[in-house]
Design a protein around this ligand. Structure first.
Ligand code: MG
Length: 399
């Protein structure tokens, strides 16, 4: 291939959530592969100074800050001549619907990530999904939209990327089951009683991955793995019984796929998000990139153990929600998001995070085939229920 052919095949990428952990890793990949990738649009919420730095370095066609104050601050700055600052409600839509966009990486954490993913799929774009909450909340609707618009969804979550990579070795009908690996987070090996007085600072120290605050707390409660079970269920069209979780403290094996003949394939690499991000951006090709390599001289052992379902009840919630589907994902996702925010503010204890999620899930009016607007209404309801539960508990004399 000559130089002009390479330049012609450059993929143009929009990053929604460019200043977060995944967004910055994505820009590292793009920076490393200038012949293959180009940042066409960047969006962030409030961190406008980081966004400004990125804009000056990558000179995208579009930039947007979704927080009104950050957008005003950004508007005062000198932007590169070719960059257009988008504002207002249409900013993300304008960016992702540009006909030149090839891939949209959705890396906005939480329910807030749904809009961008939805718009990109409606525009028929390839979406690299780093926002697992979107699939947890509205998996069947998101997958159905992608199919209808002929849009491809590629996983960025390291476990789902590993499964997707291993799945290239067989047909979907040949998959017996998948095994999601979990580091176990900072509290692996602890018992329930040890976790009663955990502080946000303790929960924010992850042993193998450096990530944003919400997902780090989700890792500590193992709700992250619960959300990943649900994500895998929709993404790969599996039954919940086909999904298993195993603890693997080294975070080297990112998941397994077991095929009908008994063969098990895994994907291994050091814990570095640059690799799954790059695979989604260059798929189906593999190229040399910035991700760290395994050092076989240093690697001594890979360990496994079954998860402790008693200490980490969030896992059971994940299996249950994957099995029941319908409105359950939206409720669990929103309740967890509100509970994590309350925990970080000191308003909720660590063990109360899965407890309040269980309560809200059990109380909601289940429906099997909800619409998107029903899911959005349930998302709001679940958050209010969490706050109501916290208020009730705070005023209860027994606590
Ligand atoms: Mg993951």
């Amino acid at each position: 291939m000559n130089a002009s052919q390479v330049a012609g095949s450059r993929r143009r990428v929009v990053i929604l959530g460019s200043t977060g952990s995944i967004g910055t890793s994505c820009l590292k990949v793009i920076d490393h592969l200038p012949d293959r990738l180009e940042a066409l649009g960047l969006s962030a919420h409030a961190r406008w100074e980081d966004l400004l730095k990125q804009t000056r370095q990558f000179q995208p066609r579009y930039v947007a800050a979704t927080d009104a104050q950050a957008a005003r601050a950004l508007a005062q700055q000198d932007l590169p001549a070719g960059t257009r600052l988008l504002d207002g409600d249409d900013a993300i839509a304008t960016m992702v619907c540009d006909p030149d966009v090839d891939v949209v990486l959705t890396a906005i954490v939480g329910t807030a990530g749904l809009t961008g993913t939805w718009l990109a799929l409606e525009a028929g774009k390839t979406v690299a999904v780093a926002n697992k909450e979107t699939l947890v909340m509205a998996g069947p609707l998101v997958m159905e939209l992608a199919q209808r618009k002929n849009a491809r969804i590629l996983p960025v979550d390291s476990e789902h990327s590993a499964i997707f990579q291993a799945m290239q070795s067989g047909a979907p009908r040949e998959i017996q089951r998948i095994v999601l690996t979990a580091s176990g987070g900072p509290f692996r090996g602890r018992k329930r009683a040890d976790l009663a007085n955990i502080t946000p600072e303790q929960a924010l120290k992850h042993p193998t991955w450096t990530m944003g605050r919400k997902i780090t707390i989700d890792s500590a409660t193992m709700m992250n793995k619960a959300l990943e079970i649900i994500e895998a269920r929709w993404l790969f069209n599996l039954k919940s019984e086909q999904i298993q979780v195993i603890l693997h403290p080294e975070s080297i094996i990112h998941s397994f796929v077991e095929f009908t003949d008994g063969s098990v394939l895994a994907q291994l690499s050091p814990p570095d998000m640059c690799l799954p991000i790059q695979y989604a951006l260059t798929y189906p090709e593999r190229v040399s990139g910035p991700a760290r390599r395994l050092n076989w001289d240093e690697l001594r052992s890979l360990n496994f153990q079954p998860p402790d379902l008693d200490t980490f009840p969030a896992l059971a919630l994940g299996f249950e929600v994957a099995r029941r589907g319908g409105t359950c994902g939206a409720v669990l996702n929103a309740a967890n998001e509100a509970a994590v925010a309350a925990f970080l503010e000191g308003a909720l204890s660590f063990l109360d995070i899965p407890r309040v999620c269980r309560e809200v899930l059990d109380q909601h009016h289940y429906s099997e085939r909800p619409t998107l607007s029903e899911l959005c209404a349930l998302d709001r309801w679940s958050r209010q229920e969490v706050l109501r539960w916290i208020t009730k508990m705070a005023s209860s004399p027994s606590r």
